[in-house]
Each structure stands twice: as C-alpha cells, then as structure tokens.
Write a protein of this length. Structure first.
Length: 91
C-alpha cells in the first residue's frame, strides 16, 4: 500500500521545506501525494516533487500525484506536468 501525503493549499517556499521533511521521513516504497486542495505551487516545491519522483523512478517504486486543476496548470507552466503527472489516474 502506498504512503499517502496530503498537500496543503499553497506549496510556496515555506511549504516546500515541510514537504521535503515529510518526504525525507518516508521509508521508501510507493507514494501518493494528494494535491486535490492545492491552489498554487512554486518552483521550489516543484523541485522537491521532481526529486522525489526521480528517486522513486530510480528505486522502481510508484510515485503518483493527484493534482487539482490549479496545481496542474502551475506544473504545466513550469514544464513539469508531463513528468510529474504521467502516472496520475493509474492504480
């Protein structure tokens, strides 16, 4: 079963630090990030998500983000939608 982390409404620089801490506590294995309430994501938080995604990929574990529409648009604007949301909707 995937570990699930619920993301807050704003993923700004302060939230990126909190997200990084949560991901550092993660003990490996599959992970699902619930971004259904996210209204905005900044570059630093996106970098944290990108690093986590790539770590999962290299370890052969699942990384899934359930993104709100504003989160999806911000990731698209940052050029990361395809890489970070590629597994969205898959079980």
């Amino acid at each position: 079963m995937a570990e699930r982390i619920v993301l807050g409404e704003r993923l700004d620089s302060a939230a990126a630090r909190t997200l990084l801490s949560a991901l550092q506590e993660w003990q490996g294995g599959d992970i699902e990030l619930d971004g259904g309430d996210v209204r905005g994501i900044g570059g630093l938080a996106a970098q944290v998500l990108l690093a986590a995604s790539r770590a999962c990929k290299s370890e052969g574990t699942a990384f899934r983000i359930i993104a709100s529409e504003p989160m999806r648009k911000d990731l698209e604007r940052l050029g990361l939608e395809e890489e970070l949301l590629a597994q969205e909707g898959q079980s």
